[in-house]
Ligand binder design. Structure first.
Ligand SMILES: [Zn+2]
Length: 259
């Protein structure tokens, strides 16, 4: 049963992530983070601000899939520390839309997603879409993750008939990768908006207690690199993917092109 065999056709020239019963070749490995071919980590729904809405737009796919996709979006959001301040519902009008489109069942994948265009991700849904397994996996692509091979226990690793897919749930490895992604500079600004609101002080009628600013996690003024671990001092100028970033008091200042 090849139900969860991973697709490996991903390359920079392929725009969609097809996930299903296809062989993977020796060159099938790719970054944990999904980049290239139209995919950009910064497009991840993790970059949505509090108050945003995500719609799962069911244009007539297999019954139950839309609900599973809503659940999957909430699961990935929660792992990233996003709470009820972002609303996920079955609607075709929202800040970010997952448009579910029915495709004939003779395709060689169990689910397929395309990179963000405007505010819409197109999700192709054959009837053989495999419940929460496929939902959590495909939505994982939308949040910015590629296929993870080499025996890693991950919902994004469907090699060996799904042996590593952790029952179709996110694994501890997946959760650590979400944290690593969110520590990259792409999310620095939005992360500040998602700091959990401190417990509301009881309204005792007296003056509110002094509120201290959150302590920066790294040395004041330094910036975290794209790999999520390297720390750059204030004033560092670096290039990444053909653009220039300058670390200025803890924030990466973007300028297009290499300077
Ligand atoms: Zn996939």
């Amino acid at each position: 049963m090849n139900k969860f065999m991973a697709s490996a056709i991903v390359s920079v020239s392929v725009f969609t992530m097809s996930c299903g019963a296809m062989e993977h070749s020796a060159d099938s490995e790719m970054s944990v983070f999904l980049e290239g071919g139209g995919w950009r980590v910064e497009d991840s729904p993790y970059n949505l601000k509090p108050g945003s809405t995500i719609g799962v737009c069911d244009t007539g796919v297999k019954q139950g899939v839309a609900n599973l996709v809503v659940q999957a979006v909430n699961t990935w959001l929660e792992v990233g520390g996003r709470d009820s301040r972002v609303k996920v519902s079955k609607t075709c009008t929202a800040d970010r839309i997952l448009k579910l489109v029915r495709v004939d069942d003779d395709v060689d994948y169990y689910g397929q997603v395309s990179p963000l265009q405007g505010k819409v991700y197109v999700v192709n849904v054959p009837d053989k879409w495999a419940g929460h397994w496929t939902s959590n996996h495909e939505v994982g692509h939308i949040f910015g993750f590629g296929h993870i091979f080499n025996g890693t226990v991950s919902i994004m690793n469907s090699e060996q008939n799904g042996a590593y897919m952790n029952g179709g749930r996110l694994s501890s490895y997946d959760k650590s990768e979400v944290k690593r992604m969110l520590s990259s500079y792409h999310f620095t600004l939005v992360n500040r908006l998602w700091v959990p609101s401190a417990a509301t002080p009881a309204t005792t009628g007296t003056a509110a207690p002094a509120h201290e600013e959150p302590t920066p996690r790294v040395a004041t003024g330094s910036c975290t690199g794209a790999n999520g671990t390297t720390i750059y001092a204030h004033g560092t100028v670096t290039t990444y993917k053909g653009n220039t970033y300058t670390c200025n008091k803890g924030k990466w200042v973007f300028s297009a092109g290499i300077h």
